[in-house]
Design a protein around this ligand. Sequence first.
Ligand SMILES: NC(=O)c1ccc[n+]([C@@H]2O[C@H](COP(=O)([O-])OP(=O)(O)OC[C@H]3O[C@@H](n4cnc5c(N)ncnc54)[C@H](OP(=O)(O)O)[C@@H]3O)[C@@H](O)[C@H]2O)c1
Length: 133
Amino acid sequence: MCGPAKTDLVKEIGADHVLDHTRAEVTDGGRRYDLVVDTGGHRPLRLLRKALAPRGTLVIIGSETGGRWFGGIDRQLRASLLSPFVGQKLAMLVSTEKADDLRALTELVGAGTLTPAVDRTYRWPPPRPPCGT
Ligand SMILES: NC(=O)c1ccc[n+]([C@@H]2O[C@H](COP(=O)([O-])OP(=O)(O)OC[C@H]3O[C@@H](n4cnc5c(N)ncnc54)[C@H](OP(=O)(O)O)[C@@H]3O)[C@@H](O)[C@H]2O)c1
């Protein structure tokens, strides 16, 4: 799932089937997925589970809402607590940058197996501000 501006890009990097989140819901089309990764969608746990196969895996990455008690990770916590009692595996992920992982990714990019989508580039070092500012 992605916004309308990214549909072509997402197809280009390998998606067979793309849903525009401004028009469709993750459950639309009645498909059930083996793996659902929710990065920025902030869809309710109930809907994410509905989109998931009976023995599928859900990984919640982000979309924290800054809630009062749990900093907005209530969904992640509910998923982790529920997981042992249902057939689906419901998990959250907190990323850490490891040199070995980055090396493995670099190798995949070098081999052409993985194509990074570069949104924009910046000059480094950045240009110096004009004198007197
Ligand atoms: N767990 C961790 O370790 C970890 C690490 C880093 C970040 N995070 C969290 O991960 C989230 C994403 O980070 P980010 O830096 O990528 O945020 P971002 O730059 O704000 O991107 C979020 C994207 O989600 C897309 N989106 C919104 N609703 C969607 C939906 N229903 N379905 C599919 N896509 C949807 C939007 O894409 P369009 O522009 O196409 O609409 C938006 O560009 C944040 O909540 C961040 O806090 C977690």
